[in-house]
Ligand binder design. Structure first.
Ligand code: NAP
Length: 331
């Protein structure tokens, strides 16, 4: 385990666990740096970029429900809603008396703020919106080819030494970028790479998966439910909204869509025959690959449904069949 050379963030007083914290039990994945384990599943607060007052209220209600139901990992970023996402999360956690020690808060510095002074200023802004003295994990949202990683990683390491971030990670990094970034950390190391990963989107994750595993880097999987498709949405001809299409990274493009929907329906049939929710297959397929899913939810009921799905672990043969179906391997 890597430890800070100087005194880390002050120890927090032990407090009683909230009565809801134990339900449902979410396991914790040990990290090589930082004082907390990383929850195996979390809630992301990007909100699909929808930030009207009504959306904000729904996102807030979803985050509050997630906390109540035992979710502790919350993923946000300075760019989400121009800071609104961090503010919403800060509000929700402030209302919960045990949220300080219990929450596992992850935020990200924008790809537009990767110079050292910008990184520090970005974190100060995020901490202000979150209402916290530190975050558990601070990620580089995506690399900027115009800014040397030496500068960015040096700045992150300094913030880690100061105890303002519990651990350092990255997002959307290739193996080459992970190697390069790691070279510029002297006393700490990268603990997470957050990438798009689901049954229908493997291009970014699979090339980095082995590297991450062999270097003790946890793969956080974003878009684990393929924007609801892997919960059964859109499979029966329901119109796919423009904003869902826009951010879906080729998933819903006309040349792929008919095949994706056909495979989605075959996955749903598999789930029915195995008597498990389709989302259980999607989430546990990731888990089996060593990835920790961070799902989105625009309403509290989706949090409930996704947590219920997490509680059902499909048999390995079902996950293997799902893998083949999603890849288009015919029996
Ligand atoms: N690092 C990065 O570059 C990056 C990029 C993207 C995302 N992320 C992070 O990953 C998080 C999750 O990403 P995502 O939103 O793409 O993931 P996702 O979980 O695949 O999609 C979330 C959407 O799926 C639908 N959904 C979720 N649960 C549902 C349910 N039970 N029933 C029906 N529909 C359901 C909802 O759509 P509706 O809202 O339409 O109902 C929800 O907004 C983000 O919030 C963010 O924190 C990171």
């Amino acid at each position: 385990m890597t430890t800070r050379p100087r005194k880390a963030a002050p120890k927090r007083p032990a407090r009683a666990r909230s009565p809801t914290a134990a339900s449902p039990a979410i396991e914790s994945i040990p990290l090589p740096v930082g004082s907390k384990g990383h929850p195996a599943i979390g809630l992301g607060l990007w909100g699909l970029g929808r930030w009207t007052a009504e959306d904000e209220a729904r996102t807030k209600a979803s985050a509050a429900r997630a906390y109540e139901r035992g979710i502790r990992w919350f993923d946000t970023a300075e760019v989400y809603g121009g800071g609104r996402s961090e503010r919403v999360l800060g509000d929700v956690l402030r209302r919960t008396s045990d949220a300080g020690p219990e929450a596992f808060v992850v935020t990200k510095v924008s790809w537009e703020h990767l110079r050292p002074t910008q990184v520090r200023a970005a974190l100060v802004g995020s901490l202000g919106r979150l209402g916290r003295a530190s975050v558990d994990l601070y990620l580089v949202h995506a690399p900027d080819p115009h800014v040397p990683l030496a500068e960015t990683m040096g700045a992150l390491e300094q913030l880690w030494k100061e105890g303002k971030v519990g651990a350092v990670g990255v997002s959307n990094f290739s193996v080459e970028q992970l190697e390069e970034a790691s070279r510029h950390l002297a006393e700490t190391r990268i603990v997470v790479n957050q990438v798009r990963y689901n049954l229908f989107a493997r291009d970014e994750a699979e090339p980095v998966r082995d590297y991450c595993r062999s270097h003790g880097i946890l793969l956080e999987a974003y878009t684990p439910l393929a924007r609801g498709l892997l919960r059964g949405r859109y499979l029966d001809g329901r119109r796919i909204p423009a904003d869902v299409r826009k951010f879906a990274h080729r998933l819903f493009e006309p040349d792929r869509l008919p095949e994706i929907l056909e495979r989605g329906r075959a996955l749903r049939d598999l789930a029915v025959s195995a008597d498990v929710p389709l989302a259980s297959i999607a989430l546990h397929w990731l888990r089996e690959r060593g990835a920790a899913p961070v799902f989105g939810a625009s309403r509290p009921e989706q949090v409930d449904e996704n947590l219920a799905a997490w509680q059902v672990r499909p048999p390995a043969r079902v996950l293997a069949a799902a893998d083949r179906i999603a890849k288009g391997v015919r029996a």
